[in-house]
Write a protein that binds this ligand. Structure first.
Ligand SMILES: [Zn+2]
Length: 96
């Protein structure tokens, strides 16, 4: 099951994807503020449903946080563990 990454300047692609895949899942991970360092910070990884209300205003969701997205719950978690080296905690609002 393919996973998608959304990074800086990909907010339009991200919001299109969650609109098209409301049954999907998204890991939201803060990126280091250091210029050029794209290593996600462990332990700040949160798994959401794509339909989570946290993604429902017109903010730039990819400004400081990268996204790992997919439609299969277990694949998204496995991807976060492999690619981000972190097990995401679950969002309390959407309880994925
Ligand atoms: Zn959520």
């Amino acid at each position: 099951m393919p996973l998608l990454h959304f990074d800086t300047h990909e907010n339009d692609a991200f919001t299109s994807w969650i609109d098209d895949n409301p049954d999907g899942y998204v890991v939201n991970a803060i990126r280091s503020q250091l210029v050029g360092d794209r290593t996600p910070v462990p332990n700040d990884h949160v798994l959401h449903r794509a339909s989570c209300r946290h993604f429902r205003d017109d903010r730039d969701y990819t400004g400081t946080r990268i996204k790992l997205a997919g439609i299969d719950h277990d694949s998204v978690i496995a991807g976060a563990e492999l690619l981000h080296r972190a097990t995401p905690r679950t969002c309390g609002a959407c309880t994925p």
